[in-house]
Design a protein around this ligand. Sequence first.
Ligand code: CA2
Length: 194
Amino acid sequence: MMVRHYRPVRAAELQRIAGMDFCPRPANAGPLALSANCDRTMTPSVLILNGPNLNLLGTRQPEVYGRATLADIERDCRAKADTLGLAVDFRQSNGEGTLIDWIHAARGTHAGIVLNAGAYTHTSIAIMDAISSVELPVIEVHLSNIHRREPFRHQSYISKVAVGMICGFGPFGYQIALEAIANHLGIATPRGTA
Ligand code: CA2
């Protein structure tokens, strides 16, 4: 089993990574414990955004998207985030403008974004531009393997500005994405590599 350890994250360090203030963290809370050379430790927060129709998960097309509901995915993300020392803000909208507003507001509040933009993935230059404008790391996630599906799903505007993309693993992809963003932020690192 891979043993992970967590190094303390300084507020200043996370401010450098994401240009943000982090919510104060109780001294007895989880893996980002206070260290001798660290005056304040903070819980970095990840915004998990879900686009159009993902609110229908688990109710239709189980052969494509499985039986898990979005609430199931949220619950599992919260549990995973806890183990990584991350806070989570989990949201879904069917509106492109709403998703863009949430991406804009993420700057200064969240350290990174996990994004399943649904069908906007394949069409939305506006969401791509919003991601570029906030300069936050984005991990793109899809339940299905979009490259095994119809040709119009092979194109992703999000991939052009994302750190990376995970697809085809169903709800587990969100867990992988959380791990990827923690690693990208330098929060959770395999033993011996920190
Ligand atoms: O595989 C993914 O996660 C997708 O982002 C899901 C989008 C699709 O347009 C993308 O190409 C790939 C669609 C989400 C629709 O979810 C539904 C769930 C249940 C019933 C109907 C739609």
